[in-house]
Design a protein around this ligand. Sequence first.
Ligand SMILES: *[C@@H]1O[C@H](CO)[C@@H](O)[C@H](O)[C@H]1NC(C)=O
Ligand SMILES: *[C@@H]1O[C@H](CO)[C@@H](O)[C@H](O)[C@H]1NC(C)=O
Ligand SMILES: *[C@@H]1O[C@H](CO)[C@@H](O)[C@H](O)[C@H]1NC(C)=O
Length: 388
Amino acid sequence: MGVPTRHVALVAVLFTLLFIIFRTTFLPSSEALMSLNLPFSTHDSVSLSELASQPNASERANATFVILCRNSNLRGVIQSVRDVEDRFNRKYGYPYVFLNEEPFDEEFKRRVSVLSAAPMEFGTIPKEHWYAPPWIDEQKAAAARKKMGEDGIIYGVFALLCPFVFFLGSSCFGVPVGVGFVLKVDFSHGLWMLRYYWRVEPDVHFHCDVNSDPFRLMQDHNKTYGFTISMYEFEATIESLWATAKDYAQLHPEQLHPHNALGFISDDGGSKYNLCHFWSNFEIADMDFWRSEVYVSFFEFLDQKGGFYYERWGDAPVHSIAAALFLPRSSIHFFDEIGYEHPPYTHCPINGERWTKGRCSCSPAESFDYDGYSCLSRWEKTIRRLFP
Ligand SMILES: *[C@@H]1O[C@H](CO)[C@@H](O)[C@H](O)[C@H]1NC(C)=O
Ligand SMILES: *[C@@H]1O[C@H](CO)[C@@H](O)[C@H](O)[C@H]1NC(C)=O
Ligand SMILES: *[C@@H]1O[C@H](CO)[C@@H](O)[C@H](O)[C@H]1NC(C)=O
């Protein structure tokens, strides 16, 4: 019978030793990484010069995909990236940033990186960056989480701060980490230096060919925020959000844009919030807006009030209220041509020519657009006021 057992054992010991020597010599320790204060493990990062030398670089906008997920989302991530590639990115090669709360495993990276020739960065958000600000009363927050849990409200809320403010939804980071912790990450590095991002979640579908580049549309037409689906928020998660936003607006009336989209989020000139928001699991947006003084100061004001912890303010209504108040409404764009499904809702272009040209695999009859729970007709009214 083949090789004696003690030879096998010896070889195994040798390999282990070599591996340990390799690791300690060539890979930075986690402390070293922390002391550099980098949000990502450096050996997985893509440099901007590398991006510039990619095919079609000159045609591309200054942009990236962003996917927040865990190792356990592998199948859903493959599904989403496959759709993004088939319907759009195969021709363009925009890079991807994957963000996880723990390091991506080799299997994840191997299975995902084979899906596209585009550069991919697999980033880890160090646990140490999760924090609840010192002014938060943890007992009160815990009580609120418990109450929300009992009420069956499942939306997790996390914020990624400074200088770029972003939030994570429940499907990625929600349950195990706990609800209501704010995450502080320095995004002044790597692909985060790009300007536009397209947020993609695991397990979504893109149903139509995207024949012209949405990032170029954003960049060439000064768009700041793009959406496909809008709807009403659960009031229980944001009871005091509008009152807080109004307090902010009263302190900084000069920050409200004269051609804002207040009509989309309020039916009575701002007295009450009508709960409409852009569904932010799909989001094509300009990070410069989230990094802007106006947004950062608005966010910090909200954060001080504690509603992310005591209620469950989500990224969607916060982003939507900020976009609707501080931007010109002409800079918010409805991407009708992008057929998008985040179960249970689908946006499918109803316009026949768009649907045909996009070779769409969704049914316009199933589109959420004019569902009773959709806010699209309010959006159309708001925009009509701009282009009478
Ligand atoms: C990118 O380059 C490839 C190969 O040259 C080409 O087929 C493709 O159309 C280009 N993409 C765009 C958006 O021009
Ligand atoms: C891309 O956008 C970022 C953020 O706005 C900016 O700092 C950078 O100069 C831009 N890069 C190019 C090549 O335009
Ligand atoms: C975009 O904004 C720039 C700078 O404000 C302006 O010069 C340009 O004309 C705008 N382009 C469009 C298409 O509105």
